[in-house]
Design a protein. Structure first.
Length: 80
């Protein structure tokens, strides 16, 4: 198992074997993804590499949303 120590500034060094495995170079960016009580480090190669990092909300019924917006606009116009 590889480990690292957190500095006074809250920084850590990613062990060389992990940097090599992920092909990380100086100035590369990574994203930290929380999974339960674990953290996953993923390199950011392009915008698509962070797809799925932010959990999706429950699917929406867009017809219902459009209807609500339409009703709200109608109500506001009627109040003018």
């Amino acid at each position: 198992m590889l480990s690292s120590t957190i500095t006074q500034k809250g920084q850590i060094t990613i062990p060389k074997k992990i940097r090599e495995t992920l092909n990380l170079k100086p100035n590369d960016q990574v994203v930290f993804v929380r999974r339960g009580d674990s953290i996953i480090i993923k390199p950011i190669r392009d915008i698509l590499s962070v797809k799925g990092v932010v959990p999706q909300r429950k699917s929406k019924n867009y017809s219902e949303i459009r209807e609500k917006v339409k009703n709200e606009i109608t109500k506001r116009v009627a109040d003018v």
